[in-house]
Design a protein around this ligand. Structure first.
Ligand code: SAM
Ligand code: SF4
Length: 460
């Protein structure tokens, strides 16, 4: 089978014949990582071979250092918005697969969609990930573009959605051009597994069964001018070491072709889904220990690439993952169309975290993390390579921290309960001290005052 730019043979050989690095080599790689410029993919592969507990602890410690230096305590929040669970594919792990007759199917009407968005906006959300099955037929793209317009059009008092990322089936270049024109943020598509044989087994029928077409989706998206693309692996389908090595090959391919790698990496682990045996008994289940290793190695290797943890992890793992490298999480999520404004079942998979946005925010703030609803970069055109140029430690602190603080303040003033507001305001006071330069600190403090007086959408 043609596996494109994923060199399976090289990965097999490496995994079979390579021994772990000794303490000296490990220390050298980690010292390199601490320079905050990322490490080479060859070095990342060496880290993947580490199994010794003490050595894994050292890797985790380095990841924590990098996360703290580059991102500080900033954490981006978003809500997935499922618009349709109709699907023509039969992905063995997913409840939306065509052959699963046990869930009710629906595609939201635009009125229903509006109600969903109103509910999210009323909760204080500003960022949405639009998610859909692949069953919308010939008019799928028309529907999606109209859905995006509908979402952006909802205004509730001072609230609105300011960034829509999209996770829908692979498209031809022309289709991606329409998504770009509709002003999407990031286009996300998960390869699920880079292992071609496993891919074939997991996707027995439907358009998604074409490995190469799926693999090259980001090439077409970037050809169409979409700067920010988000990749992902569904952990549990294959050996995680194979997946990470292949993911690095994917990133390198995009860097060589387009000059930028990927904007985000999503790292879901398989969760039990109705009607799916594979999801209940993953062929290569990833333990918590290995999951920590995966997050740490990715954070060390591509320090400026966002890393997204979805709803699916429980609160305990989310806490740990945040300190190791996760920069974005979903909060208060529902994975069924209509799930925000209606009480219903038919979820895509069981969620590990059932807390509301407000509860997640209070918890995050109590841990000292500052929830960010900022969408400034995207709206100022700081995307793709521009974003990467900006994403140097000092600059992230320069822009992102003040914007996180002001966007969080906007949430507190307009949506939070008094109890959350108290926790949040205390955190903001503390965080202000971390803003570099007195002038910027003063500007941020002035913005906070404006927001208290009613201003919204204040960013640098
Ligand atoms: N239909 C599009 C696709 O498959 O790319 C986008 C929507 S699909 C619902 C989004 C993602 O859900 C998939 O890429 C897959 O990684 C994830 N997913 C499906 N079943 C899952 C499960 N049982 N546990 C965790 N994630 C799952
Ligand atoms: Fe359909 Fe996507 Fe689920 Fe596959 S993962 S069955 S394509 S919704």
């Amino acid at each position: 089978m043609d596996t494109g730019f994923i060199d399976h043979g090289r990965i097999y050989d490496y995994l079979k014949n390579t021994t772990p690095p000794d303490a000296k080599e490990l220390d050298e790689i980690l010292a390199h990582a601490k320079e905050l410029k990322g490490i080479s993919f060859a070095e990342a592969e060496r880290l993947l071979m580490v199994e010794d507990d003490a050595h894994l602890d050292k890797i985790a410690e380095t990841a924590r250092f990098i996360k703290e230096e580059i991102y500080g305590k900033r954490l981006v929040l978003f809500a997935p918005l499922y618009v349709s669970n109709l699907c023509n594919n039969d992905c063995l792990y997913c409840a939306f697969k065509k052959s699963n007759k046990s869930i009710p199917r629906r595609t939201l009407t635009f009125d229903e969609l509006r109600r969903e968005v109103q509910t999210l906006v009323q909760q204080g959300h500003k960022r949405i990930l639009l998610v859909s099955g692949e069953g919308l037929g010939m008019n799928a793209l028309d529907y999606t573009v109209k859905a995006i317009e509908t979402i952006y059009s909802v205004k509730m008092g001072k609230g609105e959605i300011r960034r829509i990322n999209v996770n829908i089936a692979a498209l031809p270049v022309e289709g991606f051009k329409r998504l770009k024109a509709a002003r999407i943020g990031t286009y996300q598509l998960f390869q699920e597994t880079y292992h071609a044989e496993t891919y074939k087994t997991m996707h027995p029928s439907g358009p998604k069964s074409n490995y190469l077409y799926h693999l090259t989706a980001m090439d077409r998206a970037m050809e169409a001018g979409i700067d920010d693309v988000g990749v992902g692996i569904l952990f549990g389908l294959e050996d995680y070491r194979f997946e990470i090595m292949a993911l690095l090959q994917h990133i390198r391919h995009l860097e060589e072709r387009f000059g930028t790698g990927v904007h985000t990496i999503s790292i879901p682990r398989l969760e039990p889904a109705t009607g799916s045996d594979v999801s209940v008994n993953p062929p290569h289940a990833v333990s918590d220990r290995d999951f920590r290793k995966i997050i740490s190695i990715l954070r060390i290797t591509v320090p400026y690439t966002g890393m997204i943890l979805s709803t699916r992890e429980d609160a305990k793992m989310r806490h740990e993952a945040l300190s190791l490298g996760i920069s974005q999480i979903s909060a208060g999520s529902r994975t069924n169309p209509g799930g925000y404004s209606e009480s219903d079942s038919a979820e895509q998979f069981s969620l590990g975290d059932h807390r509301s946005l407000e509860e997640v925010i209070r918890d995050i703030a109590t841990m000292g993390y500052i929830p960010s609803f900022c969408t400034g970069c995207y709206r100022l055109g700081r995307t793709g390579q521009d974003f990467m140029d900006l994403a140097k430690p000092g600059l992230i602190k320069h822009y992102c921290l003040p914007n996180a603080i002001t966007s969080f303040k906007e949430y507190l003033v307009n949506y939070a309960t008094p109890e959350t507001r108290k926790v949040g305001d205390a955190l903001i006071q503390k965080m202000l001290n971390d803003v570099p330069e007195a002038a910027l600190r003063a500007k941020t403090a002035a913005s906070l005052k404006k927001i208290e007086e009613g201003a919204v959408d204040v960013y640098v």
